[in-house]
Design a protein. Structure first.
Length: 170
């Protein structure tokens, strides 16, 4: 009887062992893939100029365990805004959601390639559909150029909305 009990116990442990091992194995940290770090070149505290004129300051930080890149913009004329950026591993794209103190909002998505993060999105303006395309250039000297373009003709032509140079603040 004792040997039957020991055999049953040994069999139960053998069946449970793989499951117990799976449960104790460490999972990869969320947002730890290399893609989740593609936008890290924009992390920092920045002085921003456009047309050689001070346009504002910007601070970008990684928050929520490194899963979100948060931007905090302070521009001329008391203009303020924030964006939240994340990599969506299901789609393989970056997403940005921007909101500001003027009631504005943008929702963009895109990818990083060749030293550039390019995101675009569409919204409805007072005169119909508007396409926004923003490119962040990861410059070799550590600066970042942000080029924001708009199209009101379905992407046939683009007009510059903002062309800013981000220089790290000491």
């Amino acid at each position: 009887m004792k040997s039957l009990l020991l055999a049953t116990l040994a069999m139960a442990l053998a069946v449970q062992a793989p499951h117990a091992q799976d449960a104790t194995q460490e999972k990869a940290a969320p947002c730890s893939s290399p893609e989740c770090s593609q936008f890290d070149f924009w992390v920092g505290h920045w002085a921003v100029t456009a047309n050689n004129t001070q346009a504002g300051t910007n601070r970008t930080t990684k928050i929520l365990g490194g899963c979100v890149l948060m931007e905090e913009w302070e521009g001329a004329g008391n203009f303020r805004g924030k964006s939240f950026n994340r990599f969506d591993s299901a789609t393989g794209k970056w997403e940005q959601f921007w909101v500001d103190n003027q009631g504005g909002a943008l929702k963009l998505s895109g990818t990083y390639a060749d030293g550039k993060m390019v995101m675009s999105g569409e919204s409805v303006g007072p005169n119909g559909p508007v396409m926004d395309r923003i490119t962040w250039h990861n410059k070799r000297d550590g600066d970042v150029r942000q080029l924001w373009e708009k199209s009101t003709d379905g992407g046939k032509s683009w007009a510059v909305a903002f062309d800013g140079l981000y220089k790290r603040k000491g």
